[in-house]
Design a protein around this ligand. Structure first.
Ligand code: SAH
Length: 219
């Protein structure tokens, strides 16, 4: 598969859809998304669609991955540093490992936690050929965050709960940002952005989204 050209088209589409951050577009153009999906789905890998990754879970569509990472890079600590990388990032819900790979291009260190052993192991296999020394995969319940890697410059969730767990706020550095799908007042889901500043927490609710549920415990 001549994936470079297909990926370049995907990046053009992302830019046309409003993704403007060069760091994000570069990362999306670099990571070979087709290597993370089932071989039967390879020819859909660069379409703007979510795809099944096994065990009832899905990989978000490219537009949503790019949008959330762009928001993450808007963290207060990076506000006046265009082009710079984030420090340590925590991802809740490794899934197939695709987003972790994209994050590794915009952050110094990526800690990614998954509660389903089958997917945690699949992500390990998927990521091995990329030899990403800065990506750390953990099997565990991300509802409690991952204290060993804290404080984080950014926390990004790929699964949506009723509210943003207190542990994530605690483990966020001052100047850091959380981007997470959370239950909205209307009963659906919306993206929530929480900034931790010297003055306290600033919370914004953005567009509606559809993510798999955030669940507790390991399975
Ligand atoms: N970022 C992933 C998308 C995975 S879908 C990718 O690029 O493929 C969301 C994932 O969150 C699922 O694999 C699900 O098992 C996981 N998840 C749900 N609740 C979790 C929790 N409390 N801790 C860790 N992972 C969780």
């Amino acid at each position: 598969m001549a994936s470079g050209a297909v990926r370049a088209r995907m990046v053009q589409r992302l830019a046309a859809q409003g993704i403007a951050d060069a760091r994000v577009l570069r990362a999306m153009g670099t990571v070979e998304r087709h290597l993370f999906v089932d071989s039967a789905l390879v020819n859909q890998a660069y379409e703007d669609t979510s795809l099944p990754i096994g065990l009832g879970q899905t990989i978000s569509k490219p537009n949503v991955v790019a949008r959330m990472i762009e928001l993450l890079l808007g963290a207060p600590a990076l506000a006046h540093k265009p082009g710079e990388r984030l420090g340590r990032v925590l991802e809740i819900g490794t899934g197939c490992g695709y987003q972790a790979a994209v994050l590794s291009h915009v952050a110094a260190e990526v800690y990614s936690i998954e509660r389903l052993r089958g997917l945690h192991e699949r992500a390990r296999v998927n990521l091995r050929p990329f030899r990403l020394a800065t990506v750390h995969l953990m099997l565990g319940d991300g509802m409690v965050g991952y204290a060993k890697g804290a404080p984080y410059a950014g926390i990004i969730a790929a699964a949506g709960g009723e509210a943003v767990p207190e542990a994530w706020v605690t483990q966020l550095a001052v100047g850091g940002r959380i981007v997470a799908p959370t239950q909205s007042a209307s009963g659906g889901q919306a993206l929530v952005v929480i900034d931790k500043t010297a003055r306290g927490l600033e919370r914004r609710i953005l567009e509606a989204v559809h993510f798999v549920p955030l669940k507790s415990g390991i399975a």
